[in-house]
Each structure stands twice: as C-alpha cells, then as structure tokens.
Design a protein around this ligand. Structure first.
Ligand code: ADP
Ligand code: MG
Length: 690
C-alpha cells in the first residue's frame, strides 16, 4: 500500500479530533487530501506599499508591528489592534473576537498581512486579515505566493489545511502514479499528474494553474467517459435475450394502436426491434418531447418480449403514471392472455409478499410499478426487458440497479425521456446508451397557445375557461407544492378548489387531486376525470409527468413563477394531446429575474429542446445538473457546459482506449480501472469488467 492510502490520522499534526473533522470533509487518506482541490486562490505574490493601498482592494503588505492594544467593547466583543508600519506609511489593523491574537504577535515583529483594505475615520485599516510572522524560514504554504483557499468547516482553519497539504505534497508527491497513456498526454500537451496535483494546490503562476486545471478537468471527464465506455462494452459483450419477433406478432401489435404511427415512431420501433432481435442486450435511450407518443414504442417492446415468453418490467416515476400505464396496457391486452401486475407502493406486507412470489415464480408476465421495482426483495424469474419511462426523474444508479435484476442473460433496456438535457450534451453524458429520437408530433396537433396572465385579467380568463368547458373541454388547474410548506400548499389547493367550485364555477364539476390521498382514491379521481365526470381537476404537481387525458385542453398554472422551467413544460405537455386547440395559462407575479425569464420562455416557445437549453442558461450548469436526477455525477473541477470541448475530446479518447487498446496487463490501465471503480462503482454496472 502506498503511503498515500494510509489513514490520515497518522500524519503529523493530525490528532483524533482533527481526524474526525477531516473525515467530515470526506478526507480519510493523504490521497483524499490531495484530491481535495481549492475553491479559489489568493494572489499574495505581490507585496504592496502601505502608501499604495486602495480602499476595497484585497492586498498583501509587509511591515513591523509598532503598537499593540487589546480592548473590550461593551463587555463582550474583544478587539485586538495593532499599527503596522513600512517605510511608506502606517496601517491600522484590527482583529475582532480573537483575543488569542495578542499572544501571537509582538511589537517589532516583521509580519505579512493579507486582507481587505477599508477606510475608517480618514485612516486606512484592515479587519481580521490573515497574518504571518516572518522568521528566517518563510513558510512556503502561506506567504508570497498564490495561496489556495479551500472549502472548509469552521473548525478547520485554512492555515492548518494548507500546511497539511504542503506537507503531504513534500512527502508523497512522487508516489502519485501517472495513468494516462503517453500519446494522450502528448497529444493534448497535458501536465503529468504529479505536476498537476502540485500546481492545483500551490501554483507558481496563474498560467501553470490553468495548465493544472486543464489536466484535471480532462481527467475527470476521461474517467467518467471511460466508465461509460466500459459499461457500454460490458453490456455489449454480455449475452442477452434474442427475441423472435415475426411479421405476425408485429402486425398484431400494430393493430392494437387506434392510429397510424408517425414516421419517427416507425423509425424508432425499427431501432428497438433490431436491438431486441440481436443476441446482445439492448441499451437504448429514446428521446422525444412531451406528447410525441413514446408510449407506443414501449408497448411494442413490452408485448414483443412477452410474446416470447419472457418477463418484462415497466418503471414509471410516479404512482399515477404507473397506474395510467397499467390501464393503457390492460386496454391493449384484454384479449391476449397476458398476466399484468401493478406493483403498488405502500402495500401491506402480506399482500406485497404474495405479489413478489408471483413475480419470482414467473406467474406474471408484465410488472408495472414505480421505483418499488428496484427494491432488493423484488426478484424475477426471467426478466428480459426493462422499460423506464421519464428516465430523467430517475438516476443512472436506479437504472443500473434494475438492470442487475436480470442476472444472466442480461435484459434489454429501453429508457425514455422527454427533454432532460440539451441535445448537444446528451451524447456525451448518456454516452453508454444508443440514442433514438422522435422528432415530430402526431399529425393534426395544434401547438398549445401559452399566455402569461396579468392579475387584472384573471376574471376574463375564468370566463374564457367557462366557455370552453361549456363546449365540452376539460381543464387542469395546478398549484405548486413546495416541500417546506407541503401542508400549507395542500390547504391552499383544497381551499382554492372549493372557491373555484362555489364562487367561480358554480355548476361546473370540480375534482381535487393531491399526493396525500390514498392511491386507490387518486386512481378513482383520475379515471373519473378521464371519463369526463369532472370538468376541472384541481391538482398539485403530482400530474407533472406522463399523464394523458386527450380531452383536457386547458392548463391553468397558479403561482407559475414557483415552478421550474422543465416542470412548466412538462405540465403544459398534459394538454395539446389531441387535434383540439389547447391553452396554457400562467398566473403568477415573478419575484426574481430568473422566474420572469422562465415565464417568458414558456410564452415564447413550445420546443422542449429549446426549453431545456433556456433552462440551463437561466439556472447555470451547477443547478441544472446539481441534482442527482440526471444521474450525472457532480464533477469536482470540470464544468459540463463551459468545458464542453474538453468533454468531447476526453470522450473520444476514452472510447478509443476502451474499445481499441484496453488491456489489463498494462499497469496504467489497471490504475485507471481502479480509479474508475473507486469513483463510479455505485453509478455504473462495471463488475468483472475485464
Ligand atoms: P409521450 O411521448 O409524452 O409519452 P404519449 O405516448 O403519452 O406521449 O402520447 C401522447 C398522446 O398521443 C396519447 O394520447 C397517444 O394515444 C397519442 N398518440 C401517440 N401516437 C400517436 C399517433 N401516431 N397518432 C395519433 N395519436 C397518437
Ligand atoms: Mg409519456
């Protein structure tokens, strides 16, 4: 074992207490420490003269302590004050609430101070600067250089942390092993790993810092894409089910659809069909905007698999959607002797056990459910196909977990998504998948008209809705449900439903749907709305994805400014699903520029890809990709949008390495694999990768 992998508690200066603090930052070994990169840097390489200091600048000065004073204000706040002189002037320096400072400095000490310059009673001063007493050995970690600043907790000081990093660099830098092939390093002129690590912490110049960043960004992407490539290769190498889908079955399935498929749907079904008929497992992503008709592709695959006597699973992100899929499929399958099971959440133990037994014994052909499907107690007899709807609501990890249930042979996997990430990126971040795209809507669709309704026009809008309802349309009215105040929002939705019923729309049938209802109640309400027993359905966000009620043509969103752009677009996708004209009405008074831009984007475009790009622009990559929803890891130093070019290069190189030159006899490849396993073992299906 390299020194880098020993426990950090044996390092000089790290006692049990500091060890605990460091582990809270995720640092257990010197290697972890070196991989804990600075958040930012301070330029302390230039010493300024006191006479040159300017208010508001952050500066470094050097001088002698000429006067010291310790005082207390109003009993509780301590102030330690010194005057610092160089041969150009005097600077007043104060430390608040750091009484121990008086023991650190003495009159006549030569010190370096780094801090923000302010102006007080016509004099220049610095408050709470970083300091260093200059002795004969200037401490390299702290002074006269570009100094790293880390994200730390209160109990771990920058000074301590810097010194620890400097010490580890000194002792162990040369045991850091390079794992990139020489030609990659040469081709992109990358810094060797050892130099990159040294310079990301203690760069000599800003130029070399940029070189270090480039290498480490490239490395993060390279590892991620290598993991993708390995997973893709592993799936392709494994044997899966080779389905036989004859013309006969094909026509029987097509006959189930009450409409002619679009060209895009046909094309995608062809892709899926070919994948399934191959021995190698399918691993395909289907992208298509809301309402483009992805479900029929799923139905095709599911029925084709079941016709082969193999079990299939269909996973959806919400119970409502799972139930809807259950209904749709049951509709299609009434005549066929297919045994469909809806695995609900929140079942009693006994009931759940019975369901699980049936799945395990192969008494069920098709299982539909939410993420309950990936719980460890769910075992299949011969799972051969997995379809995941609205994949962007799950993480890669969940996809992997469901896939693992297929044991051997490997099941085919089809994941479907509306517009989780901009097209320009989907190839690189969903790089382990083959991609099919539905890029047209079924014929006869009229684009949804979206209006942002000002407060004084709301009454008019209600009048308009009433007219549409009288003509036979149905409407959704959606209320935001913000987690912190779930109860309040629920109350608001409930009360609003009552007001709408009693005051605004007397005589109109208003239903109410929210997450707190029991699932069979939800189910009843949904199917009543489907069967037009309600004209208006007041709902919380739970109808966001997938719900398909073609007769509903109005979507009124209250407090639209509180929803995210992707959510708004998904909600709007609930209407415009027939050849009737549909209207999306946004109520809301945005409080921030961001939410104003979101509403504007909704009015300006119906295109899901444009919406995704706009969303990314408004929120920035950090927030857009920050959540685990996308299943894309948070990169430490690389930025998926701004470093897109590096991502592309790293992807090409990684896929070439894995597919053309991968050889575990080469020690560099072994190190790379080890690092990938450490970083991504939860996220990818990499076991036994050879
Ligand atoms: P999404 O891609 O959002 O999941 P769905 O599969 O729910 O879309 O389809 C949206 C609606 O369009 C459904 O009511 C579906 O029955 C209908 N549909 C799908 N394909 C076609 C088609 N080719 N022609 C007409 N209607 C279609
Ligand atoms: Mg759908």
């Amino acid at each position: 074992m390299s020194d880098l992998d020993k426990s950090i508690q044996y390092l000089k200066g790290v006692g049990p207490k500091r060890y605990r603090l460091l582990t809270r930052l995720g640092i257990y070994t010197p290697r972890d420490l070196l991989n804990y990169f600075p958040r930012t840097y301070q330029d302390r390489s230039q010493i300024e003269k006191i006479s040159d200091l300017k208010e508001s600048n952050t500066s470094m000065v050097k001088g002698n302590v000429s006067r010291m004073r310790n005082s207390n204000t109003r009993g509780w706040k301590s102030i330690f004050e010194i005057s610092l002189t160089d041969n150009t002037g005097i600077l007043l320096v104060k430390w608040f609430n750091q009484p121990y400072m008086k023991d650190k400095l003495q009159v006549d000490d030569l010190v370096l101070l780094y801090g923000r310059v302010s102006f007080y009673k016509q004099k220049l001063q610095m408050i709470n600067p970083d300091y260093e007493v200059i002795t004969e050995n200037i401490d390299v970690a702290e002074s006269l250089r570009i100094v790293p600043v880390y994200t730390l907790t209160d109990d771990v000081s920058q000074t301590f942390f810097r010194k620890l990093v400097a010490m580890v660099l000194e002792e162990s830098l040369c045991s850091i092993e390079e794992f990139f092939p020489d030609d990659i390093i040469r081709k992109h002129k990358l810094l060797p790993l050892m130099h990159a690590i040294k310079n990301i912490h203690f760069p000599d110049t800003f130029d070399i810092l940029n070189e270090a960043k480039k290498r480490l960004k490239y490395q993060e992407f390279f590892m991620f894409e290598s993991a993708m490539a390995l997973q893709k290769r592993r799936i392709k190498d494994a044997d899966g089910y080779q389905f036989h889908i004859g013309e006969n079955i094909k026509h029987q399935i097509f006959r189930l659809f009450p409409f002619v498929l679009t060209k895009s749907q046909e094309k995608v079904i062809r892709d899926v069909h070919e994948d399934m008929c191959r021995l190698k497992p399918m691993n395909r992503l289907l992208q298509g905007d809301v309402g483009s008709g992805k479900t029929v592709v799923a139905v095709y695959a599911l029925i084709a698999a079941i016709a082969n006597g193999i079990q299939a699973a269909f996973m959806a992100p919400t119970e409502l959607l799972a139930e809807q899929h259950y209904r749709t499929l049951n509709c299609f399958l009434v005549k066929a002797k297919v045994r469909v099971l809806l695995l609900k959440g929140g079942l009693k133990t006994k009931e759940r056990q019975e369901n699980l037994e049936r799945i395990k014994n192969g008494e069920v052909d098709l299982v539909i459910g939410t993420h309950t499907l990936i719980q460890t107690d769910v075992e299949f007899k011969r799972l051969g196909l997995i379809v995941i709807d609205e994949q962007h609501k799950f993480g890669v990890m969940q996809r992997t977990r469901l896939r693992r249930k297929g044991y051997c042979p490997k099941p085919d996997v089809l994941v479907m998504t509306a517009t989780p990430i901009p097209r320009s990126l989907s190839l690189t971040v969903f790089g382990d998948l083959d991609v099919s795209i539905i890029d047209e809507l079924p014929p006869g669709r009229i684009p949804v008209k979206t209006y942002w309704v000002k407060a004084n026009k709301q009454t008019d809008v209600y009048g308009f809705i009433r007219k549409e309802i009288e003509k036979g349309s149905q409407a959704f009215v959606v209320y935001p449900l913000v987690e912190e105040s779930e109860k309040l929002d629920l109350k608001a939705a409930t009360e609003e439903a009552k007001i709408l019923q009693d005051k605004v729309f007397p005589g109109v049938r208003v239903g109410l749907l929210h997450g707190k209802l029991k699932s069979d109640v939800k189910e009843f309400i949904m199917s009543d709305f489907m069967n037009h027993k309600y004209d208006i359905l007041v709902s919380t966000i739970i109808i966001e994805v997938g719900i398909d009620i073609p007769n509903a043509t109005i979507m009124l969103i209250e407090h639209a400014d509180r929803f995210g752009l992707a959510q708004l677009h998904q909600l709007r996708g609930r209407i415009g699903r027939s050849s009737h004209k549909s209207y999306c009405l946004l109520f809301g008074a945005p409080k921030s520029e961001g939410s104003r831009q979101r509403l504007k984007a909704m009015v300006d475009t119906n295109d899901g890809f444009k919406i995704a790009e706009e969303d990314l622009r408004i929120r920035g990559p950090g927030e857009f990709f920050g959540t685990r929803q996308h299943g894309i890891p948070e990169f430490k130093i690389a930025d998926i949008i701004n470093d897109h070019t590096i991502l592309q290069l790293a992807r090409d190189d990684a896929f070439k390495l894995i597919n053309e030159r991968w050889n575990l006899k080469v020690s560099k490849n072994r190190i790379l694999l080890k690092m990938i396993m450490e970083n991504f073992k939860d996220k990818f299906d990499l076991i036994n990768t050879g």
